[in-house]
Design a binder for this molecule. Structure first.
Ligand code: ATP
Ligand code: MG
Length: 576
């Protein structure tokens, strides 16, 4: 440590909110260069390499072959799939000196499809799975929590190529199994949830979420059936349609000064002479939506008044289109939109696309805006009085909501996405006409899977799940060193003994971090807790009596062992 390029910090960085970010900076593992852009210092780089090693071993284990593609990529292939446009502001675009357009790769489906097309041309070559562990670039809107959400980050991305759907299912399953092994080895607590397929396109898709309150993803589970999904992917259990016969006609009532659901519920109770709940009202939210390369268009969204719009669900439902709230200028330009009193009628009459929550089935009756200030319509029946253009999953999912499989209630928790497995299908092989000679002499088109692991993110995730109030606590599999040997005795003999022990451990294949600094034992112990090597060995006061101390960073337990058996005891502890 007297030579190690390391400075630990006493104070948390000012910009850090989550524990892993604070600790990785304080312990000198990473340093910030720009928002979402970080340097790896020696200890951090060692942990990153350990995570890479585990990922690489498990990928090789399923027969995937490692290659490495550039991060700097030409525009053309991404133009072919329209992702140059679709990726929107998340893509780093740049030009070379000749004005040629380039991008920094956010994910590499295009390049892998082209790479396989370039080399393979017969059914005999398949199936094949390729992967890389490589630096990715995404101009994230909100880079966050240090390396947890970077704009430059390390991802393992793999791509499977099969000739049949059954083959794809097998490749997908092999990856899913490999991911389970990876995260178990890394000691990460996680859940597998159904996911939406987002900007990649494709069908079957699942996410691995590390359980953490610091996570940006919310997932729900049904404890009865085992159903688990990212809230973005939850499909609302729609009620049965109700027959129209006998339903009273719609009536417009004066409801002065009721622009909010709360005020409307109070007014409606007075008018109807009974209790009214927010769930009986239909609130209409206006947004504007822009398809990639298109113009902004208005979109009306009708959801039961007792629910809020969940922005992430809304965005996931509309992807790859962008969504924004309406500004004052938009209301001025569209005078039929009466703020606080918007109803389905004005939207449909004026050609505004109108999508409703799946609970708004035919025959449901609503209290909603009458498109005039201070007026609402009561008993407006879906399917009879208005016909929406379709449904949209935009309303929040709540604890206690019925599970989509009807088996019980949903409970929610937060997580951090650490891996994602997709069955892409032929979207990319179609785009590049990747055809190979089939068994019967006719061309066949491979079907693809795409699979990602957040390698650099995992360093933060492990830190997030494993730290305590004193510092980091690495599982042995990813720890930067096997043993942290602290010299806490000024005696020359003790120092020599410690160096001898370090050399013996080194010879036995254990990487040792030797704290040989001229600092007080207190400072050294604090640093050892902050750095988080799983086993701390102290050559201290006990040395005179022929003892060294072994401290387990995980359990906090410590014990004295005789110097003579120290090497064996340490090796046993390290090799567990
Ligand atoms: P997120 O929803 O967190 O933005 P994503 O769904 O866009 O992630 P994928 O395209 O599925 O991510 O990428 C595969 C993996 O790469 C993710 O599961 C995640 O672990 C990791 N990853 C994605 N974006 C980042 C980022 N900005 N910083 C660090 N790791 C990331
Ligand atoms: Mg994902």
């Amino acid at each position: 440590m007297s030579h190690l390029f390391l400075r630990t910090l006493r104070d948390d960085p000012a910009d850090a909110e989550v524990a892993s970010h604070k600790l990785l900076v304080r312990a000198g593992y990473v340093r910030r260069i720009a928002p979402g852009v970080y340097s790896w210092l020696p200890l951090g780089l060692k942990v990153l390499r350990q995570v890479e090693r585990v990922v690489r071993e498990e990928m090789n284990g399923i027969g995937a072959q490692e290659i490495s593609l550039p991060a700097l990529l030409p525009r053309d292939p991404y133009e072919t799939t329209n992702r140059w446009t679709e990726y929107g502001p998340g893509l780093f675009r740049l030009q070379d000196r000749k004005g040629g357009d380039y991008l920094l790769g956010p994910t590499h489906e295009e390049m892998f499809a082209l790479t396989v097309k370039g080399e393979y041309n017969s059914y005999k070559d398949f199936p094949v799975t390729l992967y890389q562990i490589q630096t990715k670039y995404r101009d994230e809107e909100r880079p966050r929590a240090g390396i947890l959400r970077g704009r430059e980050f390390v991802m393992k991305d793999s791509y499977s190529f099969d000739l049949t759907d059954e083959g794809l299912t097998q490749s997908y399953q092999a990856h899913r199994d490999a991911y389970e092994r990876i995260f178990a080895r890394l000691g990460v607590k996680y859940v597998i949830v159904s996911a939406t397929s987002g900007a990649m396109g494709g069908s079957a898709s699942e996410e691995f979420l590390a359980e953490s309150d610091a996570g940006e993803d919310t997932y729900v589970r049904c404890l009865e059936s085992g159903y688990a999904a990212n809230v973005e992917a939850v499909e609302t259990l729609a009620p049965q349609a109700i027959p129209f016969d006998g339903l009273p006609g719609a009536v417009v009532h004066d409801t002065p000064d009721t622009p909010t659901i709360e005020s409307l519920v109070t007014a409606a109770a007075q008018i109807l002479g009974r209790e009214v709940t927010a769930a009986e009202t239909l609130k209409n939210i206006l947004v504007k939506v822009r398809q990639p390369g298109g113009d902004w268009e208005l979109l009306g969204i009708g959801i039961p008044g007792d629910r809020e719009v969940d922005d992430k669900r809304l965005e996931a439902s509309l992807e790859p289109a962008e969504v924004e709230l309406l500004g004052d200028a938009d209301f001025t330009a569209n005078p039929f939109l009466v703020k606080g009193y918007i109803g389905p009628k004005a939207l449909l009459d004026n050609g505004v696309r109108y999508l409703v929550d799946p609970r708004v089935v035919d025959g449901t009756s609503w209290i909603t805006g009458a498109d005039e200030s201070g007026k609402h319509v009561f008993g407006l029946v879906a399917g009879r009085d208005f016909t929406p253009d379709g449904t949209i999953e935009a309303a929040e999912v709540r604890d206690g909501d019925p599970s989509p499989d009807g088996a019980g209630a949903l409970v929610s928790a937060r997580g951090i996405e650490i891996g994602h497995v997709f069955q892409l299908g032929r979207k990319y092989t179609d785009a590049f006409a990747v055809d190979v000679l089939g068994e019967n002499g006719k061309p066949v088109r491979p079907t693809m899977g795409s699979y990602g692991v957040g390698v650099s993110r995992l360093v933060a995730v492990i830190a997030e799940q494993q730290h305590d109030d004193k510092g980091l606590r690495w599982p042995a599999e990813v720890a930067p060193f096997g043993v942290h040997l602290v010299i806490a005795n000024k005696d020359d003999a003790a120092r020599e003994g410690a160096e001898g022990l370090a050399a013996d451990l080194d010879k036995a294949g254990v990487e040792v971090l030797l704290d040989d600094r001229k600092a007080s034992p207190g400072v050294k112990f604090k640093d050892s807790e902050l750095l988080g090597v799983p086993l701390v060995v102290v050559v201290g006061r006990g040395w005179a009596e022929g003892n060294v101390e072994l401290r387990d960073r995980f359990t906090g337990e410590s014990r004295e062992v005789p110097v003579a058996s120290a090497l064996d005891e340490i090796l046993a502890a390290v090799r567990g």
